[in-house]
Design a protein around this ligand. Sequence first.
Ligand SMILES: *Cc1c(COP(=O)(O)O)cnc(C)c1O
Length: 379
Amino acid sequence: MAWKVPLADLDYGPEEERAVIDVLRSKWLTMGAVTQSFEGAFAALTGARHAMAVSNATQALHLACLALGIGPGDEVIVPSLTFVATANAVLYCGADVRFAEVLSSDNLTVDPVSIEACITPRTKAVIPMHYAGYPCRMPEIMALAEEHGLAVIEDAAHAPGATLDGRALGTFGEVGCFSFFSNKNLPTGEGGMLVTDRDDLAAKLRLLRSHGMTTLTYDRHKGHAFSYDVVELGYNYRIDEIRASLGLTQLAKLADNNAKRRLWTRSYWDALADLPVALPFKAADQGTSAYHLFPMLLPEGTNREAFMASLRDAGVQSSIHYRPVHTFSYYRERYGEISLPVTEALAAREVTLPLYPTMGEAGLGIVVEAATALLAHIV
Ligand SMILES: *Cc1c(COP(=O)(O)O)cnc(C)c1O
């Protein structure tokens, strides 16, 4: 299907091609200078003391949980309205998740009151997820974490370049996890980043990322080291130089591209203001989101499938963010029936419209026209 307006699209050009060719010609494909530059640039972007690139954000979340000592018998609180990887990462460690509710139709991030209600003597950590790049209620979440001795891992997959009170999302908790998957704000194909201010966690994360080995290929190549020990059960979760070069190139475009996403988001909000839909995040937007997605809530009782099918017929791709994790078969079998009425009601109404830097007024106009025509029949 050739979409008139796809859900997402890359802003790739000659810069990305040149960056990749430079890496290919250098004949150094992994764990090298480009990855180090990418990590340095990402640390500068976020203001974090340490940034460590990995092959995807799922690995970042897994390593964050491991580095914080999360294991069998522990519980970690996550929102159910998230991508399944947020919860899966906890289960990889042998721990269990507890699902918290989101706030409301105005704000689809996790509800601190619901987090507090999920705390048990086994709770070790909480993973807030900055939905669509909009900040979770971090001051309240950090206060709760401190009061109850919980670690905070931020799922900032949607949030590179986003801030709250002047501070980068991903740097409020112990560890922040970012995704560079193809449809995210800083796409490299597959890719991810961990950030932390804690030296001890950074050292542990670096070990776990590379087989638990005490020295790396790059250091041995440079003659800095000749042998190594293995001191942890580690993984190979490294990124390669090709994708790091894409990351560096995209990082240079991130501020502009996030600004374009903000522009399209505000145009959508204005254009859809009189329709019978709810527009999450509109009321409280501070202009510091990464504007990763454009979520919209249909009126209760609307046939969402039919709505999305009609958009498709108009050449407009749409999506759903998300089917709540607790409703998936695997999680149902593991935890039984769980009731999260706020999450379930909001998720059932959610439709995500196309949003990407290069969509332009024309792309936006096509989506608005199609959505407006369809919604005119409703109510
Ligand atoms: C994309 C995403 C992830 C996983 O990222 P990958 O890099 O694809 O592993 C995790 N959490 C959220 C909220 C995401 O959207």
